[in-house]
Each structure stands twice: as structure tokens, then as C-alpha cells.
Ligand binder design. Structure first.
Ligand code: HEC
Length: 406
């Protein structure tokens, strides 16, 4: 029953997280686009009122005319829209998912004894520390002398997040490391909204209300953090889907994969932001493509048949004998989760709907079994069922010999 309820909390939490996340990133991308497409106001009276840029758009059957004031309008309108709950609810629903999946079931999803034999409380504390300290250190870097020079700050931030990626991948399961990396960047983004951007905007509004001209440095600080947020977005979104791609998180050098793909994401965003201004340089796109191609090439699995899988003495005999041994391995190491009615605690249904009970099930899923157990070694998850290298080799031999039943 508990596992069944968790399954539903998981689904509902994920659904909400996606919806509010789309609303947040949608609005955030829209405003970056808007800001970068502004043109000088056509009407002199607007310019005299302090309008620095304007933009016309047609969408959904209507014409829109947006204007941006260089500093502030002479007086505030009755209704002023703020954009903050999209960010806050994305973080809240994201934390809900992180706690529900990666902390509550840390022994399945977060801890990998082959990486670091952490106890559950230590693993959770470390995870929380990465989120909290992640923000504190980032904030200090932005406020330090480095923060005055965008180039130096970008370089320092890159080194900083790369070190975090390295550490996470040496503490947690690949999957847990990738999601904590994304959660750390996501926390930095939301904290930027909460601690820097919103207070800055509140101060600006208060100044206009009091008839003072707002301090432009507030706006500049908020702008710096918004720019960071835009470049963190693509890396964060990669980590959020990475748990479906064991190839990326389960390799030996998974930290390098994480850094390379994140950097590619940030560079792709650089290109699109530049494109808003007109003719962009395509260099960031080429570098991103080269990074992705490099990762794809480096992670290429060995050709089937080219692996010299150690001979398992016990199965030197016929195909039927080989299959019988394979079936035994799958029964022992996989079926506690991958059964119509899983016996493993925490599972109310076969994960991804994959059932590995009958001989026919195994033949049907042979490629997936090979992919998950031999190539990416993502299964058995957290190696909870303690599969041995010999058993993996046995599965490889069976697959490479045609994955036959007899
Ligand atoms: C402790 C439970 C557990 C055990 C044991 C286990 N798995 Fe899984 N398996 C999972 C979970 C959880 C997922 C879903 C992962 C995800 O959400 O991406 C999964 C997913 C899979 C998938 C689908 C992967 C995909 O992304 O399409 C395959 C194939 C698979 N397992 C094969 C195996 C094989 C083969 C074994 C035995 C060698 C095994 N599993 C043992 C829990 C388990």
C-alpha cells in the first residue's frame, strides 16, 4: 500500500513540477527574448516619459505592444504583474520529488556502494549540503571582486560547478549525482529570484511610490542573476531527463559527461540569446556540437561480439544450458522488482512496466537486458540484488550468441 501511494505522489508531483517548470522557463525565456528585441520608441512622447524600448507582436489573434522604461515609469499602474510563483512552485515541487525519490529511497536511487559506502542519513545530509552550500558559495562568488567582471565570473562559476559535478559523481550513484547537480543549479536559480531579483524589484517599486528615482544598481544586480539563470536552464533541463538515459550517468567518467553536456547546453543558450540581437556567431553552436559528438563517441558501447567476455566454465555446454543459467540469473537478480507483483519493498508495480519472469519475457527484452546490465550497468539498480561480474558476462554471452531460448 505504501509503495502504491508513493507511486501516485510521484506521478502527481512530477506532473505539477513539469507544468510549473514550463510556466517558469517559458516566462523567463520570453522576457529574455523581449528584452533583446526592444527597439527605440517611435512616438516622441513615449521617449519623453522614459520609455527606452518597445516591441510589437501578434499572437493568438491579437496585437500586443510592450514598452520598457529605461529606469521607471513616472508613476506606477494600479496593477503590476510579478513573476515569482512560477519559480517558487518549481522549486517546491522539485524538492518534493527529490525527497520522495532520492532521499526517501536513498538506498535504491542515491547510494551506490561501489562509488561510496554512505549510510542513508549521511547521503541525505550531503545531498542537502550541496543544495544549501551550493547557493551560498555561488552567491559569495557573485558578490566578490570577481563579480565585477562578467568574463572572470563566468570562468569562476564554470570551475565551481565542474568541481561540484566531480564531487557529486564520487559520492553518489550516477543517477543521484546528476539529479543533485541539476537540483543544485535549480536551487541557485530560484534563490536568485528570491534573494536578489525580487528584493531588487521591491526596492525599485518602493522608490517609485515614494517619488524617488530607483537606484539603478539594484536593476543591474538583478539583471546579472537573470543572465545566469538563462544559461543554467539548459543544463538543468538535461539533468532532469538524464535519469532515463543510463548511458550518460553510468560511465566511469560520468562527471566529465555531466560537465560536457552542461557546457554544451549553456553554449546553445548563448547562441540563441545572441541570435535575438541579429546575426549571432555560430562558434558556440559548433563547440556545443563538438562536445556532444565527443561524448557520444566516447560512450559508444563495444560492438556486439567484440567484447572478450570471460568464459563461464559452467556454461560451456549447449544453448539450452546457457539459457537455463541466464534464466536463473534474471530470476535471482531482476525478478524481485521486474515482476507482475514485485517482492522488493518500495515497488508496487514492475518498473517501466518491464516484467522479467518467463522465458518469453527474457527473449522479448533481450536487447534492453543487455543494454542495462552489460553496457550501462544501470541494472540491477544500485546493485541491490548483488549481481556479479561473472553473471553480467553470462548475460553478455547469451545476448551475443543471439539471445536464444534453446
Ligand atoms: C531493486 C529493483 C530493481 C532490480 C533488482 C532491477 N531493476 Fe531494472 N529497473 C528498476 C527501476 C526502478 C527501473 C526504472 C528506472 C527509471 O526510472 O529510469 C528499472 C528499469 C529497467 C529497464 C528499463 C530501462 C529503460 O530506461 O528503458 C530495464 C531493461 C531493466 N530495468 C532491466 C533490469 C534487469 C535485466 C535487471 C536484473 C539484472 C534489473 N532490471 C534489476 C529497478 C530494478
Amino acid at each position: 500500500m505504501e509503495a502504491y501511494i508513493i507511486e501516485w505522489l510521484n506521478l502527481l508531483g512530477r506532473w505539477v513540477h513539469m507544468i510549473v517548470g514550463i510556466a517558469w522557463i517559458g516566462a523567463s525565456f520570453y522576457f529574455v527574448w523581449l528584452d533583446n528585441h526592444l527597439q527605440s520608441p517611435k512616438v516622441k512622447a513615449d521617449a519623453d516619459q522614459g520609455v527606452g524600448g518597445e516591441l510589437w507582436a501578434v499572437h493568438g489573434g491579437g496585437f500586443y505592444h510592450a514598452q520598457k522604461y529605461t529606469v521607471s515609469p513616472p508613476e506606477l499602474p494600479d496593477t503590476l504583474h510579478w513573476f515569482k510563483w512560477e519559480a517558487y512552485t518549481t522549486w517546491i515541487s522539485g524538492m518534493f520529488m527529490l525527497i520522495l525519490i532520492y532521499w526517501y529511497s536513498a538506498e535504491i536511487y542515491l547510494i551506490d556502494p561501489d562509488v561510496a559506502a554512505l549510510s542513508k542519513p549521511v547521503a541525505i545530509l550531503l545531498g542537502a549540503a550541496f543544495l544549501g552550500l551550493g547557493w551560498v558559495v555561488y552567491d559569495l562568488l557573485c558578490k566578490s571582486a570577481l563579480g565585477k567582471d562578467e568574463k572572470k565570473l563566468s570562468a569562476a562559476l564554470f570551475i565551481y560547478v565542474a568541481v561540484a559535478a566531480f564531487l557529486l559523481c564520487h559520492l553518489f550513484s550516477g543517477r543521484g549525482a546528476f539529479i543533485h547537480f541539476g537540483a543544485m543549479l535549480g536551487t541557485m536559480m530560484v534563490a536568485n529570484v528570491f534573494f536578489v531579483i525580487m528584493p531588487g524589484q521591491r526596492a525599485m517599486v518602493a522608490a517609485v511610490k515614494a517619488g524617488r528615482s530607483p537606484d539603478p544598481s539594484q536593476g543591474l544586480k538583478a539583471k546579472q542573476r537573470s543572465v545566469h539563470n538563462t544559461y543554467f536552464t539548459l543544463p538543468v533541463l538535461f539533468t532532469m531527463i538524464s535519469n532515463h538515459y543510463a548511458t550518460t550517468y553510468s560511465s566511469t567518467y560520468n562527471w566529465l559527461v555531466l560537465i560536457a553536456i552542461s557546457l554544451a547546453g549553456a553554449l546553445i543558450r548563448v547562441y540563441f540569446v545572441q541570435r535575438h540581437f541579429g546575426k549571432p556567431s555560430t562558434t558556440p553552436l559548433w563547440v556545443a556540437a563538438a562536445l556532444l559528438l565527443g561524448v557520444i563517441t566516447a560512450l559508444k558501447p563495444p560492438m556486439v561480439g567484440s567484447t572478450t567476455t570471460p568464459t563461464v566454465a559452467a556454461v560451456a555446454g549447449s544453448q539450452a544450458e546457457l539459457f537455463a543459467s541466464v534464466q536463473q540469473v534474471v530470476q535471482m537478480r531482476c525478478a524481485s522488482c521486474h515482476a507482475a507483483k514485485p517482492t522488493q519493498t518500495g515497488f508496487s508495480a514492475p518498473p517501466q512496466g518491464i516484467i522479467l519472469e518467463s522465458a518469453a519475457d527474457m527473449v522479448k527484452h533481450a536487447t534492453a537486458i543487455y543494454q542495462q546490465t552489460v553496457v550501462s550497468k544501470a541494472m540491477p539498480i544500485a546493485n541491490l540484488t548483488k549481481i556479479t561480474d561473472k553473471e553480467r558476462a553470462l548475460l553478455a554471452r547469451w545476448y551475443e550468441a543471439g539471445a536464444k531460448q534453446q
